[in-house]
Design a protein around this ligand. Structure first.
Ligand code: NAP
Length: 482
């Protein structure tokens, strides 16, 4: 623990020592506590969480509380006392600041105000409420609660746990929270949804977040492994904009929009599985979003929700840039095999229709391909029929080959033998099995990575009106992928 404390990155202001994570009996932990307090390099919060509150302390309650008293006497800056433990310890007499904490690992209860008052009037210098977000709207409610209690005393820590709770951890300073918690490394989270100090400080620029910070994010499910926070936060940092971009794990887009937009969101990316369903929640759409029936970008402006689709122009831009080297005539006269009939497939069908000689849309669920083909003047088929085809261009827009299923490919190697141009929408990994086999067969390949960076750059332009720093954005994603 002492070594961990000393190796915390610059920018971390204090360390929470969890005595319940130490092994050994009371005398052993007491001894360790003294050594830790002597060796501290930063202000300390000392916590000794019992199992019933999500911690690891299995010893007697008397010894647990005694250790907290001893921590106060040994010079801890804060000790954390659970609201449910107040009867066994008198916070008023302790010579340090007291965090009175409340945890619910199941849900975010409706009575946050009552819990706050119970903590406050138990002698809290800091009230801490940490609850599980069952839905992203719980995080919105927690942030709203935090904002309405941001004037001390007492100071407030109000966080939601779980993937849906990430925004409450990052946005704490924007809404008046005094402390947020981050883990030392990827394996060190002490609560569900906790992110690392490195991401908090470097990717989210936590120390620069304030009430004026512009809020952006990606609406997705799942959202934790999205590359979008890395790419957009890198662009904001490069352009020195007071803005932050967050992952929003959203099950119900309507309730998300109703709860989070009120908190001051300015722009959103939208990805699987909400690109089509969120169309109905917009006040206006750009032409590609309307024609495709799917959006990937939202701008909130003067109370209006404006939907855009940057996938179409980004994908065609990446494809045409690669073709310049090998096929000066571009798309004209090409026979294109488009695999996939989801949001990305639909976007490309819209972008390609009328520009190529022949468009064939192949999909696992053939009826979905047929529905798109009917509107795009194309032919449709199932995946097994791909085997006998000889297209000039193959575009995969299914998720086949995406991490972690990196050994999968939607295209039999025989179809690559006549060296078509091959583009893959999948960008994680940057070179999929399909692209590797195409490269080995001598094909020109276009990575989903180029498409991804381009669609994000166009989103950035829509939100900020500025030219996106594409190289910085590409570097941020590559860094993350590696
Ligand atoms: P989506 O709307 O959910 O569509 C998924 C597509 O993949 C459908 O055609 C689906 O076929 C097919 N599919 C899924 N699992 C399959 C399997 N095991 N075998 C065969 N087909 C399968 O998703 P989306 O938004 O179109 O995105 C699809 C992929 O494109 C994702 O990997 C996404 O990350 C990528 N993408 C990349 C960019 C970029 O910027 N590079 C932009 C957009 C999308 P069924 O219809 O039969 O279910």
């Amino acid at each position: 623990m002492i070594a961990s404390m000393r190796s915390l990155p610059a920018g971390v202001d204090m360390a929470e020592i969890r005595l319940d994570c130490l092994e050994g009996d009371y005398p052993h932990v007491r001894n360790a506590l003294r050594k830790i307090c002597e060796a501290r390099s930063k202000p300390l919060i000392i916590t000794n969480r019992p199992v019933r509150e999500g911690g690891f302390w299995e010893g007697s309650e008397v010894c647990r509380l005694l250790l907290l008293k001893e921590a106060a006497e040994a010079g801890a800056d804060y000790i954390d006392i659970e609201l449910g433990s107040i009867a066994g310890i008198s916070p008023v007499d302790l010579p340090c600041r007291k965090i009175i904490s409340y945890h619910d690992f199941e849900k975010t209860p409706g009575n946050l105000e009552i819990i706050y008052r119970q903590c406050r009037y138990s002698g809290a210098d800091v009230v801490k409420i940490a609850t599980m977000a069952a839905d992203i709207s719980d995080s919105a409610r927690m942030l709203d609660f935090l904002r309405s209690h941001s004037a001390p005393p007492p100071h407030v820590i109000a966080l939601c746990m779980g993937e849906e709770g990430v925004p409450t951890r990052v946005l704490a300073p924007a809404f008046g929270g005094i402390i947020s918690f981050a883990s030392q490394d990827d394996d060190g989270a002490s609560a569900p949804g906790q992110i690392t100090c490195r991401d908090m400080l470097q990717m989210y620029r936590f120390k620069q977040i304030n009430a004026e910070t512009g809020l952006y994010g990606v609406v997705a499910n799942p959202a934790a492994h999205s590359m979008s926070p890395a790419i957009h936060n890198a662009a904001f940092a490069h352009d020195k904009l007071n803005a932050v971009y967050l992952p929003f794990k959203v099950k119900d887009p309507e309730s998300f929009m109703d709860s989070f937009v009120e908190l001051g969101i300015r722009g959103l990316s939208v990805t699987i599985p909400h690109k089509e369903s969120m169309i109905a929640l917009m006040d206006d759409l750009d032409e590609p979003a309307r024609r495709v029936g799917a959006l990937n970008t939202i701008k909130l402006e003067a109370g209006r929700r404006l939907g855009y689709n940057t996938d179409v122009a980004a994908a065609l831009g990446a494809l045409c840039a690669a073709m310049e080297r090998t096929r000066p005539a571009g798309l004209t006269g090409c026979r294109v095999l488009l695999i996939g009939a989801g949001g990305a497939g639909r976007a490309l069908a819209y972008g390609l229709c009328g520009r190529v000689q022949e468009l064939i849309i192949a999909n696992r669920t053939e009826s979905r391909a047929a529905a798109i083909a009917a509107g795009a003047g194309a032919r449709s088929c199932g995946l097994p029929e791909i085997k006998g085809m000889r297209p000039d261009i193959i575009i995969n827009t299914t998720s086949v080959g995406m991490h972690p299923h990196v050994d999968a490919t939607p295209v039999p190697p025989s179809v690559l033998a006549h060296r078509p141009i091959v583009m893959d929408a999948v960008y994680n990994p940057a070179e999929t099995r399909l692209l590797r086999e195409a490269r080995e067969a001598g094909c020109v390949t276009v990575s989903g990575f180029d498409w991804f960076v381009e669609q994000a750059a166009r989103q950035y332009g829509i939100w900020t009106g500025a030219r996106a720093p594409r190289e910085i954005m590409a570097e941020a994603v590559l860094c993350r992928l590696n």
